[in-house]
Design a protein around this ligand. Structure first.
Ligand code: FAD
Length: 343
């Protein structure tokens, strides 16, 4: 059995960010990814303004938007800033770039390697291969095996449904429509030559089939015929219950660090991956950025709770939220997971 300093289960943005930082400090790191290709993932690809600090090359950004078009039952507003508020990325391209950077730093990446079993000091793949570790990082997404191995339950998940529509789209749009999506929302996030059109909602609020019908109905009303196309859907874990467990770490969706309010999770996956690596390298490291991410996550959970009340009160809170965004009482970045960059 080959032994590594750190084994990371999952080659998404969180796992690759963690692996790169560890390898750059000379640690022997293995990333095990069940898919045959790193990158592609059901996702709208929106990254908050703070994502500019993630160091992606300029060419990786698909589109940038300084204005956000928000509509609810009673209001329509455009939030305008001098600089881009959200940029989009293609998950396939992002994954390829992150994997190349990881390999250049010395990370070993094994694709088509589904981890089936975890013991105290090793992981075992579906093919029966065993890999020993000093540290194990669960970067294996919303239905994380590492999380289950640690005995951490998940009470609530979000669900996201996405269509990638060909065409040239000019506006980034958010549509709050409680009658169709509860306290979730539908979106249009433009990319180059396509747009992600989709919906996010809490799984307990709507059955997937109903949510899909609601999305079709809403999109048809906005001139987008989705029914004949192939949807993709995935769960989004926002049930955060900790990230450090002795020599085990959970990051990104595996830790439940996606926003329960918006479903956004790429940025927090990358930050938590980097901060887990720093903590592995120095057990006394106090992660200010994790403290900020967790604070934001709790704020989003509180807003979500407020919008989850009875039908009418939930609607009123959503309208109040849009109004506060409109008059600038709540800045748009309060709805994003972005935090300060380390000095
Ligand atoms: C429809 C939809 C739209 C979204 N839109 C956005 C958006 O616009 N912006 C945003 O920030 N977030 C968005 N998200 C959320 C975002 O996709 C996730 O938060 C993000 O991908 C989390 O990154 P991660 O590295 O934690 O996990 P993931 O990206 O899920 O990566 C986990 C990896 O682990 C692998 N894996 C899982 N189990 C095993 C195993 N047992 N063995 C080996 N490998 C395993 C998986 O194959 C996967 O590659 C969206 C999600 C959905 C569903």
């Amino acid at each position: 059995m080959k032994k590594f300093h750190t084994v990371i289960v999952g080659g998404g943005p969180g796992g690759l960010a963690c692996a790169t930082l560890l390898a750059q400090q000379g640690k022997e790191v293995l990333v095990l990814e069940r898919n045959s290709v790193i990158g592609p993932k059901v996702c709208a690809g929106g990254i908050p303004a703070a994502g500019l600090g993630l160091g992606f090359p300029e060419a990786l950004w698909e589109r940038s938007f300084a204005s956000q078009h928000i509509s609810s039952n009673w209001q329509q507003t455009v939030i305008q800033d001098a600089k881009p508020i959200i940029r989009t990325v293609d998950r396939g391209r992002l994954g390829r770039w992150m994997a190349e950077r990881a390999v250049a730093a010395g990370v070993s990446i094994a694709t088509s390697s589904l981890v089936r079993k975890i013991t105290q000091d090793r992981v075992i793949s579906k093919a029966g291969e065993e890999f020993g570790f000093c540290f194990l990082v669960g970067a294996d997404g919303s239905s994380s095996l590492v999380r289950r191995h640690l005995g951490i339950p998940t009470a609530e998940m979000g669900i996201g449904i996405n269509y990638q529509m060909p065409g040239n789209f000019s506006e980034m749009q958010w549509h709050l429509n409680p009658d169709l999506f509860g306290n979730g929302y539908a979106w249009i996030f433009p990319h180059q030559g396509t747009a992600s059109i989709g919906v996010y909602a809490r799984r307990s609020a709507s059955r997937p089939g109903l949510l899909l019908n609601s999305l079709h109905h809403w999109a048809a009303g906005h001139g987008h015929e989705l029914k004949s196309r192939q949807p993709q859907a995935a769960l989004i874990n926002a049930d955060f219950r900790g990230w450090r467990f002795d020599n085990y770490f959970l990051i990104g969706d595996a830790a439940g660090l996606a926003s329960g309010l918006t479903g956004e999770g790429i940025y927090s996956a990358i930050i938590s991956g980097e901060e887990a690596a720093r903590t592995i390298l120095d057990a006394r490291y106090e992660s200010e950025r994790m403290a900020q991410i967790i604070k934001k996550h709790r704020q989003h959970a509180r807003i979500l709770e407020l919008t989850s009340g009875g039908k009418l009160s939930g609607k009123l809170v959503l309208e109040a939220l849009v109004f506060c965004l409109r008059i600038g009482l709540i800045p748009f970045n309060a709805l994003e997971m972005g935090v300060d960059q380390p000095s």
